[in-house]
Design a protein around this ligand. Structure first.
Ligand code: XMP
Length: 482
């Protein structure tokens, strides 16, 4: 590179370098804007927010909230395959029109074993079967005053002759009527030979109206994604996750514009043609083009933009996030591949800017890491509650992995961390955080005169700002109470 080239270098921008210029708007209320978007070529979301595949952010519990609120969670991959699979199953089982394979126990188990089983699976009742045929049901009502934990299920369960059951093919409306008329909460579905075909619960039916915008698969189950790596057991992991019902895979690699990532993407698409795969991370138009031509169904954009990232300090590499979103989205639009803006989102204003710049969704880490649903530990500092969050390339995360994979201290000494660990304020339930984030986005769309995200992208006019204008945009000349 010559000195003249340095003078000609292009400037990179990020969220704090710009504001969106307000436009005439005929929108009467922010409720009237539509935030529907595409996560991938084949998956639509009503809320353009994805929770990050980080071990302090997304496992099953977070994914349930994300999907109920119209977004989606991506379960991180730093778990043994069977544990990651069981987090996926947790989400897929929590709500469905009909639970196809309800948990069952044989009648010779004790009450103690039944209680332990129900606790482990997070259910309040259990169907009792023999050779696939329904014998009865054991619920809290059957065991309420029972102290003898050694009693057999067969002595305590409500036997099938006293049960209300439904036939296969029953509609939700019919099921609702039966549950209501008989004042029961669980409706086993059996064929004429008492073979168990499924279970419908009043809780699932109630949840359908509580979360009208939730992200669901064609069977009415919440949708969830899961991350895989690009080396080692990644194909086996993908296979196990798909068997568990995962809806989308994320190829998780820091430098997604690499032969490793491209080859892995090709292998996954070749092996499992039908599943949508999100690939990344990249920060340039060429990165999007290469991943798109290898079969990516969406591309994740962001190198060094995350709150816990030190990639730019350690390696000197990265692209300011808003510029990366602009460039990548242009390519994404031409190639019909949605872009996920990953990292650096601190406020709802950042979300509006990322989507206005062309992203279809945003991926959020630490901001959701402070919520009840994240798997991070809670700590108290000076009387205030915090949660631990960490970069997946931090030393702490590497140590955890080394312990799991029984690696030596020697291996760890070779680590060059590109992430940090820290604490974030405890923020309550993710649903409340999401409400604020989406509310801010809706207002932002209304300021831009946009009723849809497509319109937001078309109408958006960015203005470059100075540090003085940025200061003006913050609370000033008052002492903040909160
Ligand atoms: P936020 O800002 O939402 O960013 O917390 C989340 C995103 O950060 C990325 N990530 C990392 N990047 N080193 C990095 O350079 C790391 O250790 C690291 N861990 C996570 C990731 O893309 C995530 O979604």
């Amino acid at each position: 590179m010559l000195i003249e080239d340095i003078v000609e270098l292009k400037t990179g921008f990020t969220f704090d370098d710009v504001y969106l210029v307000p436009k005439r708007s005929s929108i009467k209320s922010r409720r009237n804007v539509d935030t529907t978007t595409s996560l991938t070529k084949n998956i639509a979301l009503s809320t353009p927010i994805v929770s990050a595949n980080m071990d302090t952010v997304t496992e099953g519990t977070m994914s349930v909230t994300m999907a109920r609120e119209g977004g989606i969670g991506i379960i991180h991959r730093f778990l043994p395959v069977e544990e990651q699979v069981s987090e996926v199953i947790k989400v897929k089982r929590i709500e469905s029109v009909i639970i196809e394979n309800p948990y069952t126990l044989p009648q010779n188990k004790t009450l103690k074993e039944a209680k332990e089983f129900m606790e482990a699976k997070g259910v309040k009742g259990i169907l009792v079967t023999e050779n696939g045929k329904l014998l009865g049901i054991l619920t809290g009502r059957d065991t309420m005053f029972e102290d003898n934990l050694d009693r057999k299920i067969s002595d305590l369960m409500t036997p099938r002759k006293q049960l209300v059951v439904g036939k296969p093919g029953l509609s939700i409306e019919e099921a609702k009527k039966i549950l209501r008329e008989n004042r029961v909460e669980k409706l086993p579905i059996v064929d004429k030979n008492w073979k168990l075909r499924g279970l419908i619960t009043s809780k699932d039916i109630k949840n359908r109206s509580l979360y009208p915008h939730s992200t669901k698969d064609p069977k009415g189950r919440l949708m969830v994604g899961a991350a895989i790596g690009v080396r080692g057991d990644y194909i086996k992991r993908a296979e196990a996750l798909l068997k568990a019902g995962v809806d989308v895979l994320v190829l998780d690699i820091a430098h997604g514009h690499s032969d490793n990532a491209i080859n892995a993407l090709r292998s996954v698409k070749k092996e499992f043609g039908d599943v949508d795969v999100i690939a990344g991370n990249v920060a340039t138009r060429e990165g999007v083009e290469d991943l798109a031509s290898a079969g990516a169904d969406a591309v994740k954009v962001g190198v060094g933009s995350g709150s816990i990232c030190i990639t730019r300090i350690v390696t000197g590499c990265g692209v300011p996030q808003l510029s990366a979103i602009f460039d990548c989205s242009e390519a994404g639009k031409e190639l019909n591949v949605p872009i996920i803006a990953d990292g650096g989102i601190r406020t709802s204003g950042d979300i509006t800017k990322a989507l206005a710049a062309g992203a279809s969704t945003v991926m959020i880490g630490s901001l959701l890491g402070g919520t009840e649903e994240s798997p991070g530990f809670t700590v108290i500092r000076n009387g205030a509650k915090y949660k631990i969050t960490r970069g997946m390339a931090s030393l702490g995360a590497s140590m955890g992995r080394a312990e799991r994979d029984k690696k030596s201290e020697e291996d760890l000494r070779e680590a060059v961390p590109e992430g940090v660990e820290g604490i974030v304020p405890y923020r309550g339930y993710a649903r409340e955080v999401l409400y604020q984030l989406v509310g801010g986005l809706r207002s932002g769309m209304s300021y831009c005169g946009a009723t849809t995200l497509k319109e937001l992208r078309e109408k958006a006019e960015f203005e470059k700002i100075t540090s003085a204008s940025q200061k003006e945009g913050l609370p000033h000349d008052i002492t903040l109470i909160k």
